[in-house]
Design a protein around this ligand. Structure first.
Ligand SMILES: [Ca+2]
Ligand SMILES: [Ca+2]
Ligand SMILES: [Ca+2]
Length: 233
């Protein structure tokens, strides 16, 4: 006889929809080699994460790690809503300076321990053994991992400045393991813009912090454009 537990499990599985439980939060953009001042300590790196699921998720206690160490956990009640992008910055940078360079309209979360003796910083010389960036839950479980690189299928990192970001068709924790699903940010494309030269940032930096464009977004945009065209005609 199948007990009630199986029934509950079955309902839970059906209820999750297209995105598997625990697989919702995706690393979508990495600014590992900015043109901005990057001498120790590098304050101008950042990472964007995105909720592709259908439920809000608490980020309290989550942290970043790489092959050299880890940051301190996010403290306090920080929620990420479905289809929301959140930006993580080094704890020695201020949200005010980040916003002066990159603008408003999304959550920016400073993380202590981005530098020695924690994460050390995001390596500018990634390889198959370095640049192993992970986003982890309070338990230490890996929510997402990206072993970014600057060779092979991965976008190059010369000249310094543009971030790498995940393309619209590939916004999930498996597709972002493949370098061919990433591109270098270009101003005007998929929400990317130049940084304003303020607070130690260099305007050669290009990125789309706080903006993630999915295939669904592109479809809605197209339908909106068609609607406008009909309305005007
Ligand atoms: Ca770096
Ligand atoms: Ca991954
Ligand atoms: Ca982005």
């Amino acid at each position: 006889m199948l007990g009630w537990r199986w029934l509950v499990l079955g309902v839970m599985v059906l209820g999750v929809g297209a995105v598997a439980w625990g697989d919702e939060i995706v690393i979508t953009e990495i600014m590992y080699d900015p043109a901005s001042e990057e001498r120790w300590p590098a304050k101008t790196e950042w990472i964007e994460i995105y909720n592709r699921g259908q439920r809000e998720i608490s980020l309290e206690g989550w942290f970043l790690a790489n092959e050299r160490g880890q940051t301190h956990p996010i403290h306090g009640r920080v929620m990420i809503q479905p289809r929301e992008a959140v930006v993580l910055i080094p704890g020695n940078q201020t949200v005010k300076d980040f916003r002066a360079a990159w603008g408003e309209g999304y959550q920016v979360i400073p993380l202590d321990g981005w530098h020695k003796p924690g994460l050390h910083q995001l390596t500018n010389e990634p390889s198959d053994k370095t640049g192993v960036l992970t986003l982890r839950r309070p338990t230490g479980d890996v929510a997402d991992e990206v072993n970014y690189d600057n060779e092979g299928r991965w976008p190059p990192n010369k000249p310094d400045g543009p971030s790498i970001y995940l393309l619209p068709h590939a916004i999930d924790t498996t597709s972002n393991n493949d370098g061919s699903n990433w591109a270098r940010s270009e101003s005007g494309r998929h929400g990317a813009r130049h940084a304003r030269p303020d607070g130690g940032y260099d305007q050669r930096d290009v990125g789309s912090p706080g903006v993630v464009v999915t295939v669904e977004d592109e479809r809605e945009q197209r339908e909106g454009d068609d609607g406008n065209a009909e309305g005007e005609g």
